[in-house]
Design a protein around this ligand. Structure first.
Ligand SMILES: [Zn+2]
Length: 321
């Protein structure tokens, strides 16, 4: 589950850092002097423009910040606050401890510490959320003031992220295969789960999306083959999820494929297109209007790249529905 990181930034140092390395992100050339090649290659895949919004925290008194920073994961959302409001947010891409980099970017604070617990952000958004709205959302007293770097616990984070629509469609929290399995077992009640619309099964969706998109910004639709930003693609079950056995749902490498929201997802789900021997075809059992045919003609006869010996049985199930 994604968490919210509270990052009050009203003091002089923080205001300057926000300006220096968030508003004006760090060019990748600067990072290249400090990061190992492997890390740098990873960073490059996320920042196509080569500009990396960067933040860091000091160890703090008695290392108070270290364990908090330790909780930060990809997909968490940092909220920056000052002057009675949350004014910006950003999604965590990755983190690393790097004293020399911190020294270069921000120098040292009054107590001789530097902001060496570094994390990189993306999807920086501006907000105008008064503290009172934040407090009421997470259940704090009306007069609470965000103070100090902190990581909200999952349940409160979830409320916050949903209320203010801050979740990333690209950077997803890590879900292990074990957690996925646990989630699948948890929601055995097939018909009550609609993963697109309810809060349930979010871990399952996160896991499936991560398998398909691996934190990439762009992906290909498994039906039409067109490339789209990943928030326009869904992780669609070939065999209807509610009809899958437990074993089939655990077969996550084969049971889902990416489908675009420009028709393929719905056309497939409702059976207007089927995949036979690897080819996208019309379904003779369905009624087609001229306008619908206009759409289908663009995808008909395309080769489905996800059709293979392991996925075939699911496509065959789908054909006869
Ligand atoms: Zn498509």
């Amino acid at each position: 589950m994604s968490k919210v990181i509270l990052q009050p930034s009203g003091n002089k140092d923080a205001r300057k850092h926000y300006e220096d390395t968030i508003q004006n992100p760090v060019p990748i050339e600067v990072l290249s002097e400090y990061l190992p090649e492997e890390t740098l290659d990873q960073v490059k895949t996320f920042y196509l423009d080569g500009l990396v919004p960067t933040w860091g925290v000091t160890p703090g008194k008695n290392n108070v910040n270290v364990s908090k920073w330790g909780k930060i994961q990809t997909g968490d959302v940092t909220v920056f606050s000052a002057n009675g409001q949350i004014f910006a947010s950003g999604v965590v891409v990755m983190k690393l401890r790097h004293k020399e980099l911190a020294e270069k970017l921000w120098g040292y604070d009054g107590s001789g510490q530097t902001w060496e617990y570094v994390y990189f952000l993306d999807e920086i958004k501006q907000h105008n959320i008064p503290y009172i709205d934040f407090n009421r959302t997470v259940g704090y007293a009306d007069n609470y003031i965000i103070q100090g770097f902190n990581v909200l616990r999952e349940e409160l984070s979830e409320r916050m992220l949903l209320s203010f629509d801050m979740k990333s469609a690209i950077y997803l929290p890590d879900v292990s295969p074990e957690e996925y399995e646990e989630e699948v077992l948890l929601f055995e009640d097939h018909d009550s789960l609609d993963t697109h619309r309810t809060g349930k099964g979010r871990k399952e969706q996160s896991f499936l999306r991560k398998q398909l998109f691996k934190n990439k910004k762009v992906g290909s639709c498994g039906i039409c083959g067109n490339q789209y930003p990943v928030d326009l693609l869904v992780a669609a079950h070939i065999k209807k999820r509610s009809k899958c056995s437990r074993e089939e749902r655990l077969d996550y490498k084969n049971i889902v494929l990416p489908m675009c929201k420009f028709g393929c997802d719905d056309l497939f789900e409702k059976g207007y297109i089927i995949v036979v021997d690897g080819k996208v075809l019309r379904n003779s059992k369905k009624i087609y209007t001229p306008h619908l045919l206009e759409k289908i003609v663009h995808i008909e006869n395309k080769e489905c790249q996800h059709w293979n010996d392991s996925t075939r049985k699911y496509f065959e199930w789908h054909q006869v529905q």
